[in-house]
Design a protein around this ligand. Structure first.
Ligand code: NAP
Length: 239
């Protein structure tokens, strides 16, 4: 899969799936531009990427910052959106509705804001890759918000594929992925969670960020998929 001479913008490219996608895109010949909200994370990611990579601090909850970011980044070929925060897991009876509304801010409203201001800079033949998750199809107890956000993103990808055609718009839906997202859980509990979820899947392990990055890379490099969701879950939806 070659992205030779292409430019890839990754919002959330400083950690986890976004950072793995940045590394994979560089290996495929692309120039990458990454963004996220914390300066230390942007600096650290740039130190670990080749010198051609560019990065900038940008908070997707600020439309002003998103507009400014794309005015700076200018023309590019592919927009990958992996910005996200910790999943909001709560049962309905205990749900704080004001907090629940905010749960959509980064993953859903942030994606809309990024596409709104970024798509005009996408060159012919380019694409947009959003981030959903298999919770949309197989929620667990208390995963109402996570499932709703993921489902909304998959619907968003289909709607944008129609509205922004011929720019292709897709989403990638991982099951559980071993990334910094889960670092809030103490290590021994985290490893036990990975083991339990991995053993329950058909591949016998949870995904690494690189597994999901390959899916984003595929959707960028090929030329005819649009409005689709690519599931990367080791068969987790089947068991
Ligand atoms: N890991 C999983 O098991 C899993 C499973 C299914 C779906 N997903 C989804 O996949 C996406 C990527 O997940 P991940 O595991 O790679 O997460 P991650 O390692 O925590 O990375 C999240 C990225 O989002 C950025 N970000 C957070 N808030 C931001 C904001 N306000 N503005 C701009 N950037 C922001 C973070 O950087 P800063 O902190 O610097 O802002 C970071 O670069 C998320 O939408 C996640 O919900 C993950």
């Amino acid at each position: 899969m070659s992205l030779d001479g292409q430019k890839v913008v990754i919002i959330g490219g400083t950690s986890g799936i976004g950072f793995a996608t940045a590394k994979a895109a560089v290996r495929a010949g692309a120039q990458v531009v990454i963004a996220s909200s914390r300066p230390d994370r942007v600096d650290s990611a740039l130190e670990r990427l080749p010198g051609t990579a560019l990065g900038r601090v940008m908070d997707v909850t600020s439309e002003e910052q998103v507009r400014g970011f794309f005015d700076w980044a200018r023309e590019f070929d592919h927009l990958i959106y992996t910005a996200g925060d910790r999943p909001s897991v709560t049962e309905l009876a205990a749900m704080d509705i004001a907090y629940a509304r905010q749960a959509f801010d980064i993953r859903y409203w942030g994606a809309i804001t990024a596409v709104k201001h970024g798509h005009r800079f996408i060159r012919p033949g380019g694409s947009i890759g959003l981030s959903s998750g298999t919770a949309s199809a197989r929620p667990q107890n208390g995963w109402t918000l996570v499932a709703s956000i993921s489902g909304a993103i998959e619907a968003l990808a289909r709607a944008l594929a129609v509205e922004l055609a011929p720019t292709r718009v897709n989403s990638v839906a991982p099951g559980m992925v071993r990334t910094e997202l889960w670092d809030v859980i103490p290590e021994h509990q985290r490893e036990a969670m990975y083991k339990r979820v991995g053993q329950a899947s058909l591949t016998g392990r949870v995904a690494d960020a690189a597994d999901v990055a390959e899916a984003h890379l595929y959707l960028m490099a090929q030329s005819h998929c649009t409005g689709t969701t690519l599931v990367v879950d080791g068969g987790g939806l089947l068991v």
